[in-house]
Design a protein around this ligand. Sequence first.
Ligand code: ADP
Length: 400
Amino acid sequence: MSQQLILVLNCGSSSLKGALLDNRSGDVLLSCLGEKLTTDDAYITFKQNGEKQQVSLAGRTDHTGAVAALLEKLQELGLQNQVRAIGHRVVHGGEKYSASVLIDETVIAELEACIPLAPLHNPANLTGIRAAQNIFPGLPNVAVFDTAFHQTLPAHAYTYAVPNKLYREHGLRRYGFHGTSYRFVAPEAARIIGKNIDDSRLVIAHLGNGASIAAVKNGRSMDTSMGLTPLEGLVMGTRAGDIDASVFVFLAANAGMNAEAVNDMLNKQSGLLGISELSNDCREIEEAAAKGHEGAKLAMEVMTYRLAKYIAAMAVAAGGIDALVFTGGIGENSDTVRSKTVGYLAFLGLNIDEAANTAVRFGKAGIISPDGQTPAVVVVPTNEELMIANDTADLAGLSA
Ligand code: ADP
């Protein structure tokens, strides 16, 4: 039987992540990562059945070159004719998109209009869309937005306390990100705790290199920690998360840094990396902390304390809490981060069963709180690619 394959693309400014999925089975047949795009050293790595193959992109170093190399790989595997549609992860849909959309020229114009909201991400996403249209002419393309799921936030959660004119004229408000992940994880978590998603209060922490947390009540996002951009909220790999906005003026006056330098510092040199002066990678931080590295120990403490504070805040937004849910590379794998964080939250009735905490890692889903405890603490591995593939199949009319 011929397969119905969906190509999922996620373009960064110098990278392209791709996955080829059969969305009906969830099987990933091929994945790829193009790196250092638009430089002379550009290359793409294909991964199939656990085997990796690296291919130079010399002579075609841009995103279109990377997508062309992906097409050649599909031809080599005899799969090119089974690709039915392409789904694109798009970072910012502004207030325009509260759901995924089939891409046409009007959508492209809207995405261009959203560039001021995501000046680094949206242009890269658009480059990926154009590359896919050129290399796979005739295939439907679908945009799946990181922001869309959070369009249900009430005004009291998305409004910043600044002159309201700035919202009306420039769209300055909280948007939130990681929406595709929350949309996948929320129903899974409700199922695991045996609750109907329409009658559930979930606080979900998506902890990866970028990290955020959301309050999901009855399946709808009520609040989230990321804001206008992905910088706000939790301590991340290299992002500071919450900080007094006066830091811009303070560092301009005292450290000779302009707005661009401060922004760069807050996004790329802060978080776990900035505090530890060692690494942005949580696993490395944990290992170093266990050996007594002072910076790594402090980074762990700041990250987990901030996270715990946010969990309590999100319980307010959800109107209570039936389950605290961990996902993302750190949330799915780090029993240490989970244990330290929940350690602050016994007053909310949250506790961890350490044996379950150690057991539920590395791709497993399950409850890690003591048997029968409400609220429960749950781990759900996220699957944003599958969510994007499902939306893409739906909008391309392939699901029937
Ligand atoms: P991205 O946001 O890039 O998708 P991931 O969700 O893959 O990132 O998460 C990457 C993070 O997960 C890294 O900080 C990595 O160190 C962390 N991580 C992965 N496995 C473990 C582990 N076993 N213990 C602690 N942290 C882990």
